[in-house]
Write a protein that binds this ligand. Sequence first.
Ligand code: T46
Length: 134
Amino acid sequence: MSLNDCRFIQMPKISDVRGNLTYIEGDNQVPFDIRRVYYIYDVPGGSERGSHAHRTLHQFIVPMSGSFDVVLHDGTDEKRFHLNRPYSGLYVCPMMWRTLDNFSSGSVCLVLASELYTEEDYVRDWDEFLKLAS
Ligand code: T46
């Protein structure tokens, strides 16, 4: 899988006078089975999250509120994605070094993940990541 596989996926947006509703169905909008959901919030201005890669984990990142950037690096190329629409999420494939920054105040980052949490899946050392990616 490559950086080109990491892409925005639009979710349905149902609008009426009461507001908007967006849904995510396993097997439909997200290209993996969802086994875990977590969310990041109350991020202090100027903070960064992430700065690691995952060996096998697939993720789908949704800006539930506010905005932030996700910077992906595959060991050779880097791409910055600005997430600011709650009906548009970013699919992140395995072996992408990711850094999240530029959080707006009050932003909420929802992450759907393909596996339960396990520290063994993380690559937290940049040099090790470059070796594995090459
Ligand atoms: C990612 C980015 C976008 C758990 O116990 N269970 C969990 O499901 C998660 C995600 C984390 N944790 C523990 C592990 C650490 O002790 O929570 C603590 C903070 O995790 P971390 O420093 O990895 O948080 P971020 O925001 O840097 O990274 C997280 C995810 O870990 C990572 O998979 O892609 O969000």
